[in-house]
Ligand binder design. Structure first.
Ligand SMILES: Cc1cc2nc3c(=O)[nH]c(=O)nc-3n(C[C@H](O)[C@H](O)[C@H](O)COP(=O)(O)O)c2cc1C
Length: 362
């Protein structure tokens, strides 16, 4: 570890406690889907190298990992529900720990962002309501329109919450330090939260509080396995940012969403605004409403992140794309070294190229 070249970046390098996570710095690695799992949708040797190389992050949050067979929406994403997947992740967590790092597993259910070709027995994907999302799924045969989902019954909802709990338990067995609940980017929890995707008339639909009930019950189930202080929750309140999610009143909806997880002792809330703090940014509302630490994400530079921590707008910053091409990102910030640009053509799928071949400085 070298000394800090730009003293204004010091806030990024003061240790912090987020729930039970004791972190040596505030440069977190954001979850990044890279679609390189094997045929069993398990991580393997390539993932061991990739995550080990990034062990100097204050905390790594893994790529989204589907909690069940039906939770999948993309090819080659890893799961966290089968013995093969647990064994693969165990190798990853062991390597990260041996390198002095910490890693949480991002638990993911895509809901309607899927296709019948990707689903067990070719069935329809599940969602709060039978409303198809605009956009394409990446199937083995190439891009196809996202399928119209089947609305979950109350019985199905209880079963899906059980799947979150089972995956949380698998993450314990795989040796993770904690988990993140993927509540962002238009996937199943976000689908429940927003009136553009949730038109239910039962206790999971209607008012913002009812739409937040699924998030609350998932968080309770996962916290029941881990303790709230090893669970974080990710939200992305903007409209249209990803998977073209829409809500008629995001500020009210997401205030209710945060209130739904308050009181559960969650380690931290992470707010995402893709492309940088949005014009009507809801970062401040999320931070002020939540009863624990706050992590901000979206196009942050080291300078802006340090300033946000200094100004009390966030307790830590997570970086996504900069970690793809800079495995030693905290050290580069410390030294004021230039950042390598990531190659977008190798973001998803492929092999070691554009994955484990970005060099560290030394
Ligand atoms: C290749 C790629 C994969 C991503 N995969 C995930 C994911 O699995 N889960 C998630 O919550 N966000 C995912 N995101 C969003 C990032 O975590 C992050 O929010 C976004 O890149 C903005 O941060 P950045 O500007 O620092 O990259 C992904 C983004 C990219 C570019």
């Amino acid at each position: 570890m070298s000394s800090l070249v730009d003293p204004s970046l010091a806030p990024l390098f003061s240790p912090v406690k987020l729930g039970a996570f004791s972190l040596p710095n505030r440069v977190l690695m954001a979850p990044l889907t890279r679609s390189r799992a094997n045929e069993q949708t398990a991580p393997h040797d390539l993932h061991v190298d990739y995550y080990r190389q990034r062990a100097t992050a204050g905390l790594i949050v893994s790529e989204g990992s589907q909690i069940s067979r039906e939770a999948v929406g993309y090819i080659r994403t890893p799961g966290i529900y089968s013995p093969e997947q647990v064994a693969g992740w165990k190798e990853v967590t062991t390597a990260v720990h041996a390198a002095g790092g910490r890693i949480a597993c991002q638990l993911w259910h895509v809901g309607r962002i899927s296709h019948t070709d990707l689903q067990p027995n070719g069935q329809a994907p599940v969602a709060p309501s039978a409303i198809a999302a605009p956009g394409k799924a990446f199937t083995p045969e190439g891009p196809k329109d996202l399928s119209t989902p089947r609305a979950l019954s109350l019985h199905d909802i209880a079963r899906v919450i059980g799947d979150w709990e089972h995956a949380a338990q698998c993450a314990v067995e795989a040796g993770f330090d904690g988990v993140q609940i993927h509540g962002a980017n238009g996937y199943i929890i976000d689908q429940f939260l927003r009136d553009g995707a949730n038109q239910r008339t039962d206790m999971y639909g209607g008012s913002p509080e009812n739409r937040a009930r699924f998030l609350r019950e998932v968080t309770e189930a996962v916290a029941g396995v881990w303790g709230g202080d090893r669970v974080s929750v990710r939200m992305s309140p903007q409209n249209g940012a990803f998977n073209r999610m829409q809500d008629s009143d995001p500020a009210t909806t997401f205030r209710a969403a945060v209130n739904a997880i308050n009181g559960l002792g969650v380690a931290y809330l992470e707010g995402v605004e893709m492309g940088g703090p949005a014009e009507h940014s809801l970062h401040a509302m999320l931070r002020e409403t939540f009863d624990g630490p706050y992590v901000a994400n979206g196009a942050f530079t080291a300078q802006l992140g340090a300033q946000w921590i200094r100004d009390g707008k966030a307790d830590a910053i997570s970086f996504g794309q900069p970690f793809i091409s800079n495995p030693d990102l905290p050290e580069r910030f410390r030294r004021g070294a230039p950042l390598a640009e990531p190659d977008r053509d190798t973001y998803y799928a492929g092999d070691a190229k554009g994955y484990t071949d970005y060099p560290a400085l030394d």
